[in-house]
Design a protein around this ligand. Structure first.
Ligand code: 4NP
Length: 153
């Protein structure tokens, strides 16, 4: 069986999914799990860009450095490379499913589906909001990262 390989997907890959990647890397490290972790966006607006400064600051406040991440767009190869593809919201999920190649074995779902009691919930896009919304994003992706660790151990 393929080792777990987790991909976190939002729209721009500068706000939510870099925070999800950072939270997951930190949780995996805390629990001694060696798993592949990455993030991307369904759109190409921010390819090559660092995360939004508000995301970088939110992670830094938790002791996690995501400043070296760079935006990239979801690619066909991702459906082979990753066992799990986690969408931040329903719009992302629809866009991922629209480009999923026939024969893909990747499990595609909402990230919050992993958190008991939060199934079907979206992680709201904080891009047009203030710092408070980034903290809420952080709480959501952290809860999901811990739930994923529990599912894998
Ligand atoms: P993200 O947030 O999908 O969480 O990275 C956004 C980033 C950029 C844009 C929208 C959402 N944008 O329209 O450029």
């Amino acid at each position: 069986m393929q080792n777990p390989a987790l991909l976190f997907v939002c729209l721009g890959n500068i706000c939510r999914s870099p925070l999800a990647e950072g939270a997951m890397r930190a949780a995996a490290e805390r629990h001694g799990l060696a798993i592949e972790i990455d993030s991307c966006g369904t759109a190409a607006y921010h390819v090559g860009s660092p995360p939004d400064p508000r995301s970088v600051e939110t992670a830094a406040a938790k002791g996690i450095d995501i400043s070296d991440l760079r935006g990239r767009q979801l690619a066909q190869e991702d459906f082979i490379r990753f066992t799990h593809i986690f969408a931040m919201d329903h719009h992302n999920l629809t866009n991922i499913e629209a480009v999923m190649p026939a024969g893909s074995n990747a499990a595609v779902m909402l990230l919050m589906d992993m958190v008991p009691g939060r199934e079907g919930a979206a992680i709201a896009d904080p891009y047009y909001d203030g710092e408070d919304q980034f903290e809420i994003t952080w709480q959501d992706v952290s809860a999901a990262a811990e739930a994923i660790v529990r599912a894998l151990t």
